[in-house]
Write a protein that binds this ligand. Structure first.
Ligand code: CA2
Length: 169
């Protein structure tokens, strides 16, 4: 028996890396829309809008474009991660509670083959035991935790470095 060739054997190549400026997806998981409304002793007083403004003002001089998003849905977050393939040059992600629970999110991130920087506003290792494990850390290029919302700015600076290195011979 002769098998027909697969209609679409491979996903699109990483055309994103040719984009100028390169696009970095900044993805935020569940409950981060509540930033600034409670638990300021853990997460500070900044709102998610403040985080977006910080990311925008950090990305511009680094020569990066950003797509900043937040969702409470695990499926939606996974879909956004999948859509990064062929579209974004890298991912900065605060997976929030899904860090500690979602093997599906880990699998989706791994499948992008993109540089991934995981950000946590709080130091998850100084908190409850159940926060010490992050499935996302197992596939992240780097992890920043405990530096408040400044962690997002540091992640974008690190991503700019990683992408510049990718372009080197
Ligand atoms: O420290 C972080 O950035 C976390 O990703 C935040 C998550 C938490 O589940 C992770 O363990 C660590 C929680 C995000 C929800 O943030 C809120 C902020 C204000 C009020 C309520 C929730």
């Amino acid at each position: 028996m002769v098998l027909a060739p697969l209609a679409c054997p491979e996903p699109m190549p990483h055309v994103s890396q040719d984009l100028d400026p390169p696009l970095v997806a900044v993805l935020n998981g569940p409950n981060l829309n509540l930033l600034g409304t409670r638990q300021p002793e853990i997460y500070g007083a900044a709102t998610l809008d403040d985080v977006e403004a910080l990311c925008a003002e950090t990305a511009e001089p680094l020569g990066l474009a950003i797509d900043f998003r937040q969702t409470n849905g695990e499926g939606e977050l996974i879909t956004w991660v999948q859509e990064c393939r062929g579209r974004a040059a890298g991912i900065v992600i605060n997976p929030a509670g899904y860090s500690h629970t979602s093997i599906a999110l880990m699998d989706a991130l791994r499948a992008t083959d993109l540089p991934i920087i995981e950000v946590h506003i709080s130091n998850i290792h100084r908190r409850e035991e159940f926060r010490h494990l992050s499935y996302v850390s197992k596939v992240a290029t780097g992890v920043i935790a405990g530096l408040g919302i400044q962690g997002y700015a540091l992640a974008l600076a690190a991503m700019a470095e990683l992408l510049a290195q990718e372009g080197e011979p």
